[in-house]
Design a protein around this ligand. Sequence first.
Ligand code: NAP
Length: 317
Amino acid sequence: MTPSKRQPSFNAARTLDFTHFSPMNSLPTTPGPIDHPPLSGGGPFTNALNATIAFVGGGNMASAILGGLLKNGFQAHNLHVIEPLSAPREQLRQWGVHAWEAPEAFLSHADLVIWAVKPQVFKTAALSVSAWTHHALHLSVAAGITMQSLSEWLQAPRLVRAMPNTPALVGLGQTGLFANSNVSASDKSLIEAVLQSTGQWLWLKDETLLDAVTAISGSGPAYVFYFLEAMCQAGEHMGLSSEEAKQLAIGTLIGAGQLASQSAEPPSVLRERVTSKGGTTQAALDVMNQAGLGEKFKEAMWAANHRAKALGAEFGS
Ligand SMILES: NC(=O)c1ccc[n+]([C@@H]2O[C@H](COP(=O)([O-])OP(=O)(O)OC[C@H]3O[C@@H](n4cnc5c(N)ncnc54)[C@H](OP(=O)(O)O)[C@@H]3O)[C@@H](O)[C@H]2O)c1
């Protein structure tokens, strides 16, 4: 790793994320009701709150998880982050966590290492860290990087892959998880304790399903924002102010989401209920159907699925 060569890329989005999660302001509240699996307890991580956790990469995903850990009572002095950029490092230090420019011997005390770097730099980062962390449980959130690559680069037996999404920043994320066979029930308890404040998760039986999770929920927020953008633009073209259009579009999305989540009916039935024959909704849906929008959406998600697989092949071992 050559931190000195890095140009600061501390963008507005990341600044916003850190501000949002500053423990000195308010940490995200855990939304309810959320159907978390119970923590199993027992094993070496009965008290997950005392675990020593090292993050490799201190960007968006790491800050979302870290913010939740601090809110949920994990000890800041047990939390370490390796982050080559100085601006996020300084911000992290204000949270009370240890922020390091490069890997160092503290890593040998880590119970859990969380990999939150881009797939493109994963291998380089892994090779610089692995000598200290064979004993640790590893959790990777990198899209596409397979168990096989992780195993080869980290030379560590206990590996978990996760595919989170950015609503984790507000405690409403969805995370798909896959563990290899060396991961114990107490290891899984620690992972669940770490993810507790980020939203919901599900453990998958097959690693390849992580590509489906990537396509649906990992990349999903962008599809929703895309749709929101179109709704806001249409509202403005019809004469609403941008604030009015935004309120109506976002409020509708949240309301429809809540309705779908609380209803026993599938989305298709909920859609039919708002679509009276010859009415306004029907007119809009006719346009969408004529354009083949539903099929295009599915095609788009398959493209994301294929890209997740390709990333693994491109940046894997
Ligand atoms: N954001 C999402 O929606 C999302 C969803 C699911 C999964 N993920 C996964 O989460 C991972 C992180 O994404 P992100 O959005 O948090 O990215 P990010 O904001 O760019 O954060 C990654 C951080 O890691 C730093 N870094 C680069 N090389 C490093 C090294 N060798 N050692 C330590 N840190 C290093 C980067 O610094 P530089 O800027 O200098 O490179 C950057 O600050 C990715 O693998 C992505 O696939 C993201």
